[in-house]
Design a protein around this ligand. Structure first.
Ligand SMILES: NC(=O)c1ccc[n+]([C@@H]2O[C@H](COP(=O)([O-])OP(=O)(O)OC[C@H]3O[C@@H](n4cnc5c(N)ncnc54)[C@H](O)[C@@H]3O)[C@@H](O)[C@H]2O)c1
Ligand SMILES: C[N+](C)(C)CC=O
Length: 336
């Protein structure tokens, strides 16, 4: 056997198509552009039609610092016009997509025609489980709020399904409503703003529809659900807390992508895990408990790519990012 040698050669895959969403337009682009270029690929970036400007600025900066022409190419436009041709193009060797599960399926179908590899960072409906042993309830309430209302809830990993142990549920919800009432909702450029408008009229109407469907299906809008009274125009929605939710309701099952949290109460750890995993998605999840062994135990059985312990949302570049199930596959960031 001494005369044989075997080794792995890491080489650039070629031209990569990078299709990104509007909710963190520059961040989602840089998560893809930097590793693609570092790996020696050339890239075609298609930012969202709702938020293209920061990506065009990224292109201008790359040009300014001397990136050779043609290495990073940025195409703006609507998904079917500018994104679909990238997915189906025979000279694009791989697609890295971040966006909704519905678009992810379309892109995967197009790429499959050429057996083109894809990585998909898709939507979520992530749970945050809170146990009765938490001594600092206010801290847990703060994480629950941040986990779902941050960026006006337009976060793929938003922990939008809140699971509360029955012994603390009433007290927790009282505090959550109290905190939600005190969130400053305003023009994001105003000092102290904590909740801005959502991206577009379409998104605003979609969120309002989710809330009205929840109400008509029998859920209770415990707080919010409407436009804030002091804001007559703009696509503002109050932080919304929904209770009396059943697992068959749309609000429990589908991604809202707005400042809307739905709540269920559990009795036992196994019931909490069952509810946490009761979703087609598998992007993220969180557990809050003063018992770290319990946290570790739960983190291992939540079927998602990311699980937060005693927090929700902090994202470290050292750790891989990505989902399971209908939240996609492939990982960004980190080493693994
Ligand atoms: N998993 C993650 O890391 C992550 C991060 C951010 C956002 N998201 C998800 O993104 C979604 C919100 O973003 P969105 O509304 O921009 O998503 P989207 O799927 O509507 O659009 C995403 C991108 O795909 C393009 N596109 C649309 N149709 C296309 C087609 N047929 N072919 C090719 N490209 C097409 C759009 O123009 C846009 O650039 C949410 O579901 C959210 O959870 C996921
Ligand atoms: C990855 N993250 C949380 C920054 C944006 C998701 O929507």
């Amino acid at each position: 056997m001494e005369e044989f040698k075997t080794y792995v050669l890491k080489e650039p895959i070629g031209v990569v198509g990078l299709i990104t969403p509007w909710n963190y337009p520059l961040l989602m682009a840089t998560w893809k552009v930097a590793p693609a270029l570092a790996a020696g690929c050339t890239a075609v970036l298609k930012p969202s039609e709702l938020a293209s400007l920061t990506c065009l600025e990224l292109g201008a900066i790359c040009e300014e610092v001397g990136l050779p022409s043609g290495v990073l190419n940025i195409i703006t436009g609507l998904g079917p016009d500018a994104g679909a041709p990238i997915a189906s193009h025979p000279h694009v060797d791989k697609i890295a997509f971040t966006g909704s599960t519905a678009t992810g399926k379309t892109i995967m179908t197009a790429a499959a025609q050429m057996v083109k590899p894809v990585s998909l960072e898709l939507g979520g409906k992530s749970p945050l489980v809170i146990f009765d042993d938490v001594a600092d309830i206010d801290k847990a309430v703060e994480w629950a709020m941040f986990g779902c209302f941050f960026n006006s809830g337009q976060v793929c990993s938003a922990t939008s399904r809140l699971l509360l142990h029955e012994k603390i549920a009433e007290r927790f919800l009282d505090r959550l409503v109290e905190w939600a009432k005190n969130i400053k909702i305003s023009d994001p450029l105003e000092e102290g703003c904590r909740l801005g408008s959502v991206i577009s009229k379409g998104q605003y109407e979609k969120i309002k529809k989710f809330i009205s469907t929840a109400r008509s299906e029998g859920a209770t809008i415990l707080h919010g659900g409407d436009r804030p009274k002091h804001l007559g125009k703009g696509f503002f929605i109050e932080p919304t807390i929904i209770t009396d939710v059943s697992t068959s309701m749309q609000i429990w099952r589908e991604e809202v992508f707005g400042p809307v949290i739905c709540v269920k109460v559990f009795k036992t750890e196994s019931e909490a895990v069952e509810l946490a995993n009761d979703t087609h998605y598998g992007l993220a999840g969180g557990v809050i408990s003063d018992d770290l062994e319990r946290c570790e135990r739960i983190a291992k059985v939540i079927h998602s790519g990311i699980v937060w312990i005693n927090c929700s949302q902090p994202t470290l570049v050292q750790a891989p990012w990505g989902g399971n199930k209908r939240s996609g596959f492939g990982r960004e960031l980190g080493e693994w």
